[in-house]
Design a protein around this ligand. Sequence first.
Ligand SMILES: [Zn+2]
Length: 144
Amino acid sequence: MPHYISVPITCPRCGTIGTEHWCAGVTPLGLRTSNGFRCECCGCGHEGDGDQIPDDVREAFVLAEGLWTLAVVALGARPLGSIRIVRERTSTSPSEALRMVREREIIIRATLAEVEQLRMLLEREGAQVLVRRCGQGPRPPTRS
Ligand SMILES: [Zn+2]
């Protein structure tokens, strides 16, 4: 499911404050983002896409959707693949990654789109994960 936000942006040509639209979503190839801006005043604008959420835009996603966490609760069918993914995300040794999984420690705190991407990678290896919203109330919003 794609995630949308808008962030204020100053037009580089005329200085008018406008809105840049961002979309982030998980595809089979990983995280994909797209952004676009069109100045209502002078018509200048830009579009782009990428595979990462820039830091300043990440804040806007967190404001809109909250900060999310992911923990691995079971390694499943291909434990080596899951451990490799955990190691990549946490820059830890194999034994430390194993310990984090065994103790169900949080692997990342990030935007929902980034957490969904990691969930997709881990579930592809057969792992079971626990995704939770942190801060802002005890329960995540109900999703159907
Ligand atoms: Zn402009």
